[in-house]
Design a binder for this molecule. Structure first.
Ligand SMILES: Cc1cc2nc3c(=O)[nH]c(=O)nc-3n(C[C@H](O)[C@H](O)[C@H](O)COP(=O)(O)OP(=O)(O)OC[C@H]3O[C@@H](n4cnc5c(N)ncnc54)[C@H](O)[C@@H]3O)c2cc1C
Length: 380
């Protein structure tokens, strides 16, 4: 196994870092304060081929691999997990099902503009009463001639308030559970599709998260992804497998930011006549943070390389998501501790990393669900 990044991956790392520091960092304060996503980033990143980095160049993507996508995720999350969340949805959940399974028509109408950042996408699976048990979704899709009529509601939807279209999971028959689930592309402006609320969150303030309502919403049958009923659940699982690997990069980015902030603080903060970095216990905390981040990063690359090699990585994707999200929690706790009382004050960025990173054991499969997947995939 090659342990080094390829020349291209290294180039993407350098580009992503430069972009995140020069073009994303200046937007963070304003976006966080106003709780709005800086939507100009979609077109800007689309133009650079960074928005949907893994799709082919001929579609406007970056033509890069999964490792590169994780590198980009790390660099963006190192600067701001909220902004990264909106961008990650676009490059993954909101486009991958169309890219992998969508008709030529759906690709032309939604995927290509999404890759360029001209259309913003959202992915709507979760419902007020249905989260982890996704096969039990209640949003109904009933066929009516050349249309499906959607009724139901979705919650916690990243990009929901700003999207131009949403990939919506609905069931044609709740009794069929997973086998009844379908994915539909629903365009904003379709009568009956309403954003009912923008949600106030503990963290990730610059990602806009909302509740969506579908009331007798007529969607052309051609907007059923894959063209056949009952394929949605496996399309979602495929997409989530890829997303879970990206979570390794996302967690590593937030961890890296927390580590850098903690080291800098420990070098400056003087107590008992010495910078606190000179106390052995602080040095040990920082050393452990550095070690854990190195493991998170290498593990993410490893699973991403398996994915790039075309291996089935359902178990490994859950493992990397679970390990990195949980390890991030440990790192953030140490980062807050090193900052003492100042860490609890809003003027230091570590509180943002702590609030933002707290989400990662919950979204795209909670840690508990990933334990279940790993057990199942391990055959027990
Ligand atoms: C900020 C944010 C953004 C999000 N963005 C999106 C998005 O863009 N699109 C989207 O569709 N969803 C999105 N989600 C939803 C997210 O994926 C869900 O919150 C997640 O899947 C968990 O579902 P739940 O919140 O309903 O929790 P529940 O499923 O109700 O779980 C509650 C608790 O019970 C535990 N639990 C549940 N079942 C089991 C079990 N069988 N065994 C053991 N423990 C169990 C869980 O692990 C958890 O600890 C987002 C959520 C947040 C908070």
């Amino acid at each position: 196994m090659d342990f080094e990044l390829t020349e291209e991956q290294q180039m993407i790392k350098d580009t992503a870092r430069r972009f995140a520091e020069k073009e994303v960092a200046p937007l963070v304060e304003g976006a966080e304060a106003s709780r709005t996503f800086p939507i100009q980033l979609f077109r800007r990143m689309g133009k650079l081929g960074l928005l949907c980095i893994r799709y082919p160049l001929e579609l406007g993507g970056g033509g890069a691999d999964k490792v590169a996508e994780c590198i980009l995720a790390e660099e963006l999350n190192r600067i701001c997990a909220g902004i990264a969340a909106g961008l990650m949805v676009q490059g993954g959940l909101a486009t991958n099902p169309i890219y992998q399974f969508g008709s030529e028509g759906l690709k032309q109408e939604f995927l290509l503009p999404a890759i360029k950042g001209e259309k913003i996408g959202a992915f709507a699976l979760t419902e007020p009463d249905v989260g982890s048990d996704a096969a039990s979704i209640k949003t109904r899709a009933i066929k009516d001639g050349d249309y499906y009529v959607l009724n139901g509601s979705k919650t916690f939807i990243t990009n929901g308030p700003i999207c131009d279209y949403a990939l919506v999971a609905a069931t044609v028959d709740p009794a069929r559970k997973a086998e009844g689930v379908c994915l539909f592309v629903v365009e904003k402006g379709t009568p009956g599709f309403v954003v009912t609320r923008k949600l106030d969150k503990v963290g990730n303030w610059s990602a806009e998260t909302g509740e969506l309502l579908f009331e007798s919403c007529r969607v052309p049958a051609t907007h059923l992804v894959g063209g056949q009923e009952g394929r949605g659940f496996s399309q979602i699982l495929d997409t989530l497998t890829s997303g879970r690997i990206t979570y390794g990069g996302r967690s590593t980015g937030v961890a890296q930011a927390a580590y850098e902030a903690s080291l800098q603080y420990a070098q400056r903060r003087v107590q008992f006549g010495r910078p606190i970095v000179e106390f052995q216990i602080t040095r040990f905390k920082l050393a452990e943070m550095a070690m854990k981040i190195d493991i998170m990063r290498s593990y993410t690359y490893r699973v991403a390389r398996l994915y790039d090699a075309g291996r089935k990585v359902v178990k490994e994707a859950s493992m990397v998501k679970l390990f990195c999200a949980e390890t991030l929690e440990e790192i953030l706790a140490q980062a807050m501790q090193i900052h003492g009382g100042y860490g609890y004050m809003m003027e230091y960025p570590v509180q943002r990393y702590w609030r933002d990173g707290r989400l990662f054991t919950i979204t795209e499969g909670t840690s508990e669900i990933h334990h279940l997947v790993i057990a199942r995939e391990s055959g027990f």
